[in-house]
Design a protein around this ligand. Structure first.
Ligand code: MN3
Length: 260
């Protein structure tokens, strides 16, 4: 073989190696997006079922598409049938493995949880927090609280508008993942607070403890599909899908449980 031919082969070979290396460096993992004519199949809430165990999913008060545009169909389906279901199954596994947790109410599990027990804290919290959240939803309406709760909101916050501002601030300013809450404290007064990750006001070592009657999930999985980073808009729109009748029932129940 002529020297020049060998040189040419080596040169071309080097170029190919360089090209491959460059390709590797700039390679992007493509996530296939559904084509516009592809159908995304959304199941029904009742298709999501927890494995056999102590706790099951609370029934969603409507189909996944009933809460738009406040929360879109896909976000609702993911949240209910994936996130909530996972917390529920994980909690059931923990209970099955610990005799001390069998036949204990979720509230009592939370009140007595060892805050260093991350598995139980996260999954019992995740189960309880989402159960309250989903059960308090109603299809879009502009209904405001009435009855006893409306009077208590005026008494403890000055007005519904002031309450809404305080609740919104708590939810917006919760750093990272977490929840904002409306709770009834041990004196029967309404208070607003926020918690991180899946903690809640029933657990030990919280700034404000009490019986939760309303909450909002501000983990990104709750709003990112619909709102991207615009958490404030999500919180504003959440106020259109609150079942205040249900929240009022919770308020009355919390007061009743305070009686000796
Ligand atoms: Mn969530």
């Amino acid at each position: 073989m002529k020297k020049s031919t060998l040189f040419t082969i080596v040169f071309i070979g080097s170029l190919l190696v360089m090209a491959c290396n460059n390709k590797k460096l700039t390679e992007v993992v493509e996530v296939p997006l559904p084509a516009s004519d592809d159908k995304i199949t959304i199941g029904l809430p009742e298709d999501a079922r927890a494995d056999a165990g102590a706790f099951s999913l609370v029934k969603l008060p409507n189909t996944y598409d009933a809460f738009g545009p406040s929360i879109g169909t896909l976000a609702m389906e993911n949240h209910y049938s994936k996130h909530y279901l996972t917390y529920t199954n994980n909690l059931n596994k923990l209970i099955a493995a610990d005799q001390a947790l069998v036949d204990v109410s979720i509230e009592d599990i939370l009140k007595k949880v060892d805050m260093n027990n991350a598995d139980l804290k996260n999954n019992a919290g995740g189960y309880y927090n989402h159960t309250l959240f989903f059960e308090n939803l109603a299809p879009v309406s502009k209904v405001l609280p009435k009855d006893t709760l409306a009077a208590a909101i005026n008494r403890d916050f000055g007005s519904f508008t002031l309450f809404k501002t305080m609740f919104t601030d708590a939810a917006e300013n919760q750093f990272g993942s977490g929840w904002a809450w409306l709770v009834v404290d041990k004196t029967g007064k309404l208070q607003i607070t926020s918690t991180s990750n899946q903690e809640n006001p029933l657990m030990p070592k919280q700034v404000i403890t009490g019986t939760p009657i309303l909450n909002i999930d501000v983990w990104e999985h709750a709003y990112y599909l619909d709102y991207q980073y615009k958490r404030k808009r999500y919180i504003d729109n959440y106020f259109n899908i609150i079942n205040w009748k249900k929240v009022n029932e919770r308020y009355l129940e919390a007061l009743k449980n305070k009686k000796p």
